[in-house]
Design a protein around this ligand. Sequence first.
Ligand code: ATP
Ligand code: MG
Length: 260
Amino acid sequence: MLPTVVATQYLTALREGGSLPGVVEADNDGVYVVKFRGAGQGSAALVAEIVVGELGRRLGIRVPELVTIDIDPEMARRDPDQEIQELLRASAGVNLGMDFLPGSVGFDGVGWQPPAEEAARIYWLDALTANVDRTWSNPNLIIWHRQLWAIDHGAALLFHHSWPTVATWAERRYDLSQHVLADLVASLGPATLAKLDAELAEAVTEDLLTEVVAMVPDSFLLGMNSVPEDADPPELRQRYVDYLLARRTRVGAWWPGVDA
Ligand SMILES: Nc1ncnc2c1ncn2[C@@H]1O[C@H](COP(=O)(O)OP(=O)(O)OP(=O)(O)O)[C@@H](O)[C@H]1O
Ligand SMILES: [Mg+2]
């Protein structure tokens, strides 16, 4: 399970974020970027944040710490903005928090570059999890203390918005041609990429995936707009495991510059 904190104060809205994430202080004095359950698509984006973020962390990618954060709807009374009041009321209870990295700047490809191998790990994760949200217009990568951190995995795992058979989705290649790290990844060359693919595919075991999906609260799984109310959380978790297991051996054909 993820660590749990309790929100004490809503600090500010991150207006550039499409889902209106907020910066919130918690009872452990930590400051978190909160993704609210009550924002639009239900909790699907929160499930994706946990599954992709925690998997990425285990594959050697820097992802800010994730927590579940409890929101008291009374907090809404203290904010003058009606849109935020409604969002907080719709999100009473458990939400997702990501450690706020103060002073971080968005990666824009100009100047500082991450090591190419690090970029390739991120690209591999994005191909595995169908994360099309790492483009030049929206890199979702931040630089903090001269290191690259991956954020915002809410748009990944597209398959969970409709739940047809996992097998059909697992075969699907997504268009990552606009991926912000594609050129850097391609610069590693086919032999290095093949080696890295073998390492990562081997690391993504059923046990590892089971550990990762166990971190998703039942309420997030059941709160997705796409799942029936009588859905069974263990069965839903297994779908993610099956999907990712089926894809892990395909990703090697999806490197930039490799035609499959
Ligand atoms: N952990 C963090 N530390 C510091 N800044 C962050 C953090 N997470 C997000 N941000 C900032 O807030 C912005 C919005 O966050 P994020 O991309 O996660 O939100 P979103 O609503 O999913 O956005 P999008 O519009 O990309 O769908 C980021 O681009 C980044 O500038
Ligand atoms: Mg974003």
